[in-house]
Design a protein around this ligand. Structure first.
Ligand SMILES: NC(=O)c1ccc[n+]([C@@H]2O[C@H](COP(=O)([O-])OP(=O)(O)OC[C@H]3O[C@@H](n4cnc5c(N)ncnc54)[C@H](OP(=O)(O)O)[C@@H]3O)[C@@H](O)[C@H]2O)c1
Length: 295
């Protein structure tokens, strides 16, 4: 079968690089829009804020456009409104996947700044996509475990200590970035995910923060010193920390300390469950992920 041509915007980023690999692995002709400032002579040069370059790249490479711009930068995420305009003009895009890949931003009432603005920006983009009728799929894939682990402790995640935020029994969903990306690529050609929110929350990947720390200890053979951080202390740290630490801590506050609001959200009018659509997919569990990184 001839695979759809995929254009990735943000393909050099934390999440974008996994999406590019997953797209290539699945056999899609794949192009990455790269700013000329980032790489000398990129094969598909362009900028989200440059309408002409976007339209040209879409016409040449983009039956499917996947965006993975900007962790924690609302202005960067708002730039996706330019992508929507370009999709309308290009007239060839069958599916748009906006930059989400996290929690359900429609249920982010408890979120503190600066994460709040980022979620509001994602929500604006969702609303415009729906208003103007862009064919789309939104991926709600919860925590990217590799990125979370790299931010667990200011002194390094697997060193001697770990911050425990709020209640260590609160559960969240942790996914390998590779699994999250493989599913996103699978979803872009699936009619069942057209104009839907794909919730990726396999039961095998639900874990409390306390369990995650316990697994870390089991794997490393080290007892980690636990530094308990109350919700009030966390709120203070968020206010005082520089970017991007303040953003990461605000995400921890929103999705680990107030995780309940995300664990149970499912809007049946637009939502589809990845575990139901793709029962064959085996997700890397938290324990398996740790096996892969701890030697
Ligand atoms: N669930 C989770 O735990 C989790 C974790 C991380 C991220 N995310 C989400 O995943 C998405 C991507 O985040 P990320 O951390 O991967 O972002 P990132 O590492 O900051 O990467 C941003 C990408 O966007 C590109 N970009 C920025 N401005 C651009 C422009 N004007 N034109 C074209 N490209 C531009 C950057 O290109 P350059 O190389 O030129 O800078 C880079 O490739 C966000 O929605 C974020 O919230 C989720």
């Amino acid at each position: 079968m001839m695979r759809s041509r995929i254009l990735v915007i943000g393909g050099t980023g934390n999440i974008g690089r996994h999406l590019v690999t997953a797209s290539l692995d699945a056999g899609h002709p794949t192009a990455v829009l790269v700013r000329p400032s980032a790489v000398a002579s990129p094969p598909t040069p362009g900028d989200m804020n440059d309408h002409g370059s976007l339209v040209a790249a879409m016409r040449q490479h983009g039956e499917v456009v996947i965006c993975a711009v900007g962790q924690g930068r609302p202005l960067e995420l708002d730039g996706q409104l330019n992508i929507i305009q370009a999709i309308q003009e290009a007239g060839c895009v069958k599916r748009f996947v906006p930059s989400e890949f996290g929690c359900d931003v429609e249920h982010a009432e408890q979120t503190l700044e600066p994460a709040k603005s980022m979620m509001e920006s994602k929500l604006r983009v969702r609303q415009v996509i729906r208003e103007v009728g862009i064919p789309h799929t939104i991926i709600c894939s919860n925590w990217a475990i590799g990125l979370l682990l790299s931010g667990l402790n200011e002194n390094g995640p697997l060193s001697t200590g770990v911050n425990i935020f709020g209640d260590e029994t609160t559960q969240a969903i942790f996914l390998d970035e590779k699994d999250m990306s493989r599913l996103a690529i699978r979803a872009v050609e699936d009619p069942r995910t057209l104009d839907k929110v794909l919730y990726v929350r396999p039961p095998t990947n639900v874990c409390s923060f306390g369990q995650l720390v316990h697994l870390l200890e089991k794997k490393t053979g080290k007892t980690l010193e636990r530094n308990y951080v109350s919700e009030q202390e966390l709120a203070k740290k968020i206010q005082e920390a520089p970017f991007p630490l303040n953003f990461q801590l605000a995400m921890v506050h929103s999705t680990l300390v107030h995780a309940g609001s995300f664990m149970d959200t499912f809007d049946a009018s637009v939502g589809v469950e990845a575990a139901q659509l793709y029962p064959d997919v085996q997700f890397v569990t938290v324990e398996e992920y740790l096996d892969g990184i701890i030697v």
